[in-house]
Design a protein around this ligand. Sequence first.
Ligand code: ZN
Length: 275
Amino acid sequence: MDAVAAQAQESGAIALLDEVDKALADGKYAEARAALEKLKTQYPNSSAAAGAKALEDKIAQEEAAARSGGAGATSKAAADKVSKEYYALLKSLIGKVAGDKSFTMDDCREYLDKVLPGELMDKLAARLKMERAALEEQWKNRAPADTRQASYGDGSWIVAGKDPSRLSDEAESGGGLEDFKKQKEQQKAIEELRQKAQDNKNYKPQTEADWWTAANAVKRASWLEAAFVEQHLKVVEVRYKNCGGCGGSGVVVSPQTQFCRRCEGLGKEKIVTYQ
Ligand SMILES: [Zn+2]
């Protein structure tokens, strides 16, 4: 065999060897075997063909390992990996859309509802080299050890409204008559303040668009994450924390009695715990 023919043998064999490696990395064992078979028949004199037996063994070994791992002991680890990657990808995609100034709030919500769920699964399937159906099954059956939190922050009023009396009252009902009386007095005082704030014509309420325009990318991302998980993931708990601007009443008295600029009168931040 002349040098040119030998050279052609080698490069042809190397291309097939690459195919074997790639198929193996993707867990496609039948394809790996087929490429190896081709290599042996088409380029029997190549140096790659000389190592064919060792490669055959390697394919068999990896296939056996994948079989025993897939169904049993490592399926929990595999499911954990899916969850971990999902949350990371969710954060990164939401971060991207939140940071893009060309999108309005409505644009982002539309993307969250119509595009993101499918995009997440497609990208995750590619990243983990899994079939989408198998991936969705694993995701559906997830049971991550830890939960995660997202907050609507000072944009909570957009989803929870501006009236805190609509929220479930979680004030502790311990104590006795004295505490009960104090509580009632406090409620009455806040009601009076809220009425004053209501009558204050100098206060111009924020619109959703105002909030969106003023919010930075981090605030927007947190808001969008909370909205997405409420719609599409498993919500473990919803709770409300007092607003840092007004302490929970929704009203400030200085320099004049008006609804709190930070929470728009809601007095709370809505926090969603999810899996
Ligand atoms: Zn407030």
